[in-house]
Design a protein around this ligand. Structure first.
Ligand code: AMP
Ligand code: MG
Length: 422
């Protein structure tokens, strides 16, 4: 039996970062950039107005006031999306809209509110003159060429995860596509003679297969692509056949068939078709978990596919996914910083650790004025999936701690559904 750390280390040293693919930027959100993005031009590409108003020479407006406006000749107008050949000289102004290029010579923009334009319109006065009602400092309401991005600048670094703002930055550089690490395709196979797929009538002795669904949903949440293989029966032949269908992928995740029961054949399959790295980890729930590689060939190329054999009990399967499959998927995606946030929380009940494993108890954490609290989400049996569904964290009791008492603080790994509570 190996430790959680050792098991994770073995999994992470086996899975590889996948290769890049080039695709439309809209499809890249959440993926890792596989190239540096260097700006080919300045953004903004030209000095432009940050307001609707009048482009002026700041020096002309220094004495302007509500009572004694400075009157300038309006020589034209420029809107966003257009250029103008107008040249501003002393005593002149150009009507300008937000985003429009600043006319040559202008060095400030006076917003409409600080001019007499509205009054002129109301009084049907000519608009070839404008009264400036407040002085404008040089650069007022002017957005300078290159103030956001300068030509030649590395704007986004290889290895960063692309979030919506980054997708926008790519678009603002005119880039329609980007190279990102591709998403891993992960085959999902549940094993057990007792399993019936959702949507079909349950026969006597059967239970509905839930692991396929929790695992596939988890794969999608992590950014992978789940390929459902279906349900394998508890015979070597059936499993080998199903597993062969699952090998055209970046990883295979099975559930069930790894504990010591007579029908637990996944380990046997791993031993026949590949290499087992480990099959027990000092954790609870989730001690029987197999990991290894399966050999597959396409043409003359032989590949080793990582295989995680998760335990069948639904909570064990989810906890082992959380501790090992999630990091493996993130590594394949090229991510490096994927540890869950951990908080110290006060538990509301005793958590007993009777055989020296690392216990992951399902809890609901809350932030209170006194700090974090963690309430156990009911009975902790590894078959009680609703204890997981009510949880937003996993409270950890370490191997060498036989009892964590109510009122003590323990570390809690926050799960996806804990987002927003801190
Ligand atoms: P096993 O690891 O195959 O010995 O299964 C342990 C327990 O988990 C048994 O009670 C199984 O019926 C249950 N189980 C196994 N696979 C699934 C599944 N896909 N969905 C729900 N329960 C399962
Ligand atoms: Mg089974």
């Amino acid at each position: 039996m190996i430790s959680v750390e050792e098991a994770l280390e073995r999994v992470l040293s086996t899975v590889r970062v996948l290769e890049p693919e080039v695709k439309p930027i809209l499809d890249c959100a959440g993926q890792v950039l596989a190239e540096d993005i260097v700006a080919g031009f300045d953004i903004p590409p030209h000095d432009n107005s940050a307001m609707d108003g009048f482009a002026v020479l700041a020096g002309d407006t220094s004495t302007a006031g509500m009572k004694e406006p400075v009157y300038l000749d309006v020589i034209g107008e420029v809107a966003a999306g257009y250029t103008s050949s107008l040249i501003l000289s002393r005593g002149k102004a150009v009507r300008i809209m937000t985003g429009a290029p600043l006319p040559a010579g202008a060095d400030a923009v006076v917003q409409f509110e600080n001019t007499d334009e509205t009054e002129r319109k109301r009084n049907n006065q000519p608009l070839d003159k404008i009264g400036i009602l407040a002085p404008a400092a040089r650069g007022l309401n002017v957005r300078l060429k290159g103030e956001d991005i300068q030509s030649g600048q590395v704007v986004l670094k290889k290895g960063c995860t692309l979030y919506p703002a980054d997708i926008g930055v790519l678009a603002s550089l005119g880039q329609a596509q980007a190279a990102v690490i591709r998403r891993p395709v992960i085959s999902v196979l549940s094993t057990g003679d007792e399993l019936c797929p959702a949507g079909q009538p349950l026969l006597p002795g059967q239970i509905y297969d839930s692991n396929t669904y929790t695992i596939a949903a988890n794969i999608a949440m992590c950014g992978g692509v789940a390929r459902i293989i279906g349900i394998g029966r508890d015979t070597l032949a059936s499993l080998q056949n199903k597993i062969r269908h699952g090998l055209d992928a970046d990883m295979l995740i099975t559930s069930g068939g790894v504990s010591r029961g007579d029908y637990d054949v996944v380990k046997d399959v791993l031993a026949h078709m590949g290499t087992i790295s480990f099959w027990t980890v000092r954790m609870k729930p989730g001690k029987p978990i197999a990991f290894g590689t399966l050999k597959t060939s396409r043409g003359s190329a032989v590949r080793d596919i990582p295989h995680l054999g998760l335990p069948g009990n639904p909570v064990s399967s989810m906890n082992t996914f959380e501790q090992f499959a999630r990091p493996a998927i993130f590594k394949m995606l090229g991510k490096t910083n994927f540890k869950r946030p951990v908080v110290l929380a006060t538990i509301d009940q005793d958590i007993v650790n009777d055989d020296g494993r690392r216990v992951f108890a399902r809890v609901h954490v809350k932030r209170t004025a006194e700090g974090w609290t963690a309430a156990l989400t009911g009975p902790q049996g590894s078959g009680i999936l609703t204890s997981m569904s009510a949880a937003n964290g996993l409270a950890i009791v370490l191997e060498d701690c036989p009892l964590a008492r109510a009122g003590e603080q323990v570390q809690v790994q926050l799960l996806d559904n804990a987002a927003g509570i801190y």
